[in-house]
Design a protein around this ligand. Structure first.
Ligand code: PMP
Length: 421
């Protein structure tokens, strides 16, 4: 095994990174919100739109055939990249859509429009975690409200790890769905998927994984993870906006009723009724995100070219440098400062005595782009007694020097605002 740390010489692949902000080189540490896109992704979309743009699965003309082939090739590339088969990937506009799709499909089954194996009865339980992004929380709150199911949540410990003892007592015979994030978009900590899947399986519950913050950063193998469904987001994994997906075990996708209905998802339609295509088309009503899917396939090939083991390795180096530096700065409190846990390059923190927005502004003035606010995880912030934090997040293009520029700038925040010693 090589002891040389992985570095990637990829800066030139990301044209946006060469700019200056307020006269200083841009240090982009907001990939948790959206990653930058390499030129190959931009080219793939433009090339499709200039050469082959056409509606897929519809026309008999040449361009339509070519577009359909490229679109389905993209499905094969992206599903393969994520450890699934093409028919196990449903294109959506993003993870929010994918998670809502599942919740609404279960709602439809509950209303008698699907198999009873997915139907919820009053008193049945949906289990989430305290670390969820709102996209993997509110759809379940809404489903519970519509069905009479009860929403329960696995608490997080002070160090940011999930309380697995509590999980073991919360997941029980009334549990029908366990929906949880693979990696918290605030803490960057990798959750114990195998443990939660084992508990859910024993209870006979469906597992839904939010893979938004894991798929871009570590080798992601849907099949090996053993979850029933997983949602991911294209724009966070070097791909375009407006595309993401839902991965599903074939038996689950085959049985789950559709959420949206309309064109492109039917076999026969009369004025009285419709019959649906098999998955994944059953879930893809309307015009598909064609150029976006093709762009995302280019992103998957790009990441595959770097090697996801190497990407993960690189992220760990960046994450350790960032965490070590943050721990050194007086007045900085890291949310979820557990040591010895698996993480990706995401860290959120509070600067004592300075509002997160002021920290963000101060850093931006020095060219450093971070996210401030609640990062769509209000309950988790409340758990740590905060309404807002600052989040720095890395990607394959982040350099060690950029981490140092960020840490140096951050060290100047409290002195600048006259807080602390
Ligand atoms: N879940 C997590 C953990 C996220 O970080 C995000 C994006 N902030 C989402 C869900 C929503 O993803 P999308 O933008 O694709 O809807």
């Amino acid at each position: 095994m090589s002891s040389t740390p992985t570095t990637f010489d990829v800066r030139a692949d990301f044209p946006i990174l060469s700019q200056t902000v307020h006269g200083t080189p841009l240090v982009y540490l907001d990939s948790g919100a959206t990653s930058q896109k390499p030129q190959v992704v931009l080219d793939a979309e433009v090339d499709f739109l200039t050469r082959a743009n056409s509606a897929v699965h519809r026309g008999a003309h040449t361009l339509a055939g070519e577009a359909t082939e490229l679109f389905e090739d993209a499905r094969a590339t992206v599903s393969g990249f994520l450890g699934a088969r093409p028919e196990q990937l449903v294109w959506t506009s993003g993870a929010t859509f994918a998670l809502n799709l599942v919740a609404y499909a279960i709602g439809n089954a509950t209303a008698g429009r699907g198999p009873s194996r997915f139907a919820l009865a009053p008193g049945d339980e949906i289990v989430v975690t305290e670390t969820e992004h709102h996209a993997n929380l509110i759809p379940w709150q809404e489903l519970a409200a519509r069905t009479g199911a009860v929403l329960r949540s696995i608490p997080v410990r002070d160090d940011g790890t999930l309380d697995t003892d509590a999980a073991a007592s919360l997941i029980g015979e009334r549990t029908r769905v366990v929906a949880f994030t693979h990696v918290s978009n605030v803490l960057g900590i990798v959750n114990p998927v195998a443990e939660l899947v084992a508990l859910a399986r024993t209870a006979g519950a469906l597992t839904v994984l939010d893979a938004c913050q894991s798929a871009p950063h570590l080798p992601f193998d849907f099949d090996a993870l053993g979850v029933d469904l997983a949602a991911f987001s294209g724009h966070k994994m070097l791909g375009p906006y407006g595309v993401g997906g839902l991965l599903g075990r074939s038996d689950v996708l085959d049985d789950l009723p559709p959420f949206l209905t309309g064109g492109s998802m039917v076999t026969t339609v009369t004025l009285d009724e419709a019959h649906f295509l098999a998955a994944p088309q059953k879930f893809e009503a309307g015009t598909q995100p064609v150029s976006q899917a093709i762009g995302l396939a280019a992103a998957a090939r790009y990441l595959e070219g770097l090697g996801m083991d190497a990407v993960h390795d690189r992220e760990r180096t960046l994450e350790r440098r960032m965490m070590a530096g943050l721990r050194e700065i007086e007045g900085v409190r890291i949310l979820g400062d557990a040591s010895g846990v698996e993480r990706v390059g995401i860290a959120s923190f509070d600067v004592e005595g300075v509002h997160a927005h002021d920290v963000g502004q101060f850093l931006d003035d020095r060219g450093v782009a971070v996210r401030v606010g609640h990062h769509c995880a209000k309950p988790l912030h409340a758990r740590f007694g905060l309404t807002a934090s600052v989040r720095a997040s890395t990607s394959v293009f982040t350099t060690d020097d950029e981490i140092d520029v960020f840490l140096d700038a951050l060290a100047g925040v409290r002195p600048f605002f006259g807080v602390g010693a």
